[in-house]
Design a protein. Sequence first.
Lengths: 194, 337
Amino acid sequence: MYGMFAEAGFECPALLEPGRKLIFDNEAAGVRYFWVKPSDVAIYVERGAADIGVAGKDILLEYRPEVYELLDLDIGKCRMAVAAPEGFRDHPERTLRVATKFSRIARDYYTSMGRDIDIIHLNGSIEIAPILGLSDVIVDIVETGTTLKENHLEVIETIVPISARLIANKSGFKFKTEAIERLTAALERGAKQA
Amino acid sequence: MLIEDQVMDAQEKIGFRLRSLYSGYGYSRYKMSKFEEYDLYSRNKDFLFSDSVITFTDTNGRLMALKPDVTLSIVKNGKDTPGKVRKLYYHENVYRVTGASDGFREQTQVGLECTGALDGSIISEVLKLAAESLKTCAEDFVLEISHLGILEAFVDAVATDPRVKKQILECAGEKNLHGISRICREIGLAEGAEAPLRQLLTLYGPPRTVMPKIRQLASENGVGDFAGELGQALTVFTGSENENKIRIDFSATGDLKYYNGIAFKGFISGIPGSVLSGGQYDALMRKMGRKDRAIGFAVFLDMLERLTEEEWGHVEYRASQRKAGRKSVWHVCRSRV
């Protein structure tokens, strides 16, 4: 990811040095990078601590931050999916128990189908919820499907494709339009060439 | 009674300055109750910032709400004024859940609402006052303006299903062009069918450079009249000191069930979200049985709490220059009791 930004003229060699620093400056290029948890990127951008950020579409759909989504970077591709134990048979007459980290995405998906569900919000190891009888299905990110297979689960529905997106603070965009548009155009060219 | 300048914080000073600004343009103060019947909000939930409203049962058994919005009350409590224009301003607290915050917050808003026989000159005046309001808060601001009639026509050209239209409008508000293309593919449109809409959303910038392109694109797509309306409204800034602060930007959207025509948002450098939001809401008036047209905006004073000293210093300096040697005090009248 950093390579795409560097190619676009926003280099910051300090970022590649080993260490535990979280903030990296390149005053000459007028850029500062910082590492934050993927789920926090949108918050930093929405609140204006960062002008731009790279966040997964899963985070944007779950938290609905007030940001501009300028570009699909076409990297980090995966999908948000419903998975269930192999051979699972749905019983529409029952409330479906859904374990997930992505409560909003799961609720929106099943609401659009008119299905009554019971959301069980978990923060990790979602795959074991159906095995232990905690839930009927899970809603989670699926990349290769290996973890699902190893836990005898399978995808039964794809909700939405996921990839990394370039996001920008709405106010920051107004006052740094040229720089942000220049970066967006350069990243778009880079994404097309990749 | 004299109140020393320094006893007021930036929000309070701005609040009084805005009231003075609106009053100077002939707007009258609208004072409202803190409570309103909940039914008003439950029938217009989409108009509110969030679905959540603080409710309580009044002594007579009616379900009441602490007001989460001012405009709905003004529309509900007003009467049509055929051939006339009613100009009101307010300075009120509202109670709502905002953004990703977990609870309710009390927020202070100053704003104005103009209802009645609106013409182009009134719409221009409101836009001018929106820009002046931002200037009252800070030197470095941007007022972005769009026309929902133009945007809706371009959206209608690719989607008629209300659910899909809503998704496309959300993408427009996020400048999410790839999202629009994805939706168009999902509903089976041919590659490139959304090109005019994408083109419209990339036309961003000052009216002087962008408006000619909007006129041409709108005319090619059968909405030249709307482009004319937008252009006419923007002439109020031509040659003015605020001209370089104005941007045309069709990502300034609104719910089309309530809003129509001119829509706008204001931003101040260093403050992460929009500090001002407004537009025409004739559609809301119709929904509530009113025949008048309407336009208004609100300034969210709590967003200004963290105005930098540097920004605020410029405004204070300008204000002190205007006073031209007058002692820096606030004059507040209090009626005799």
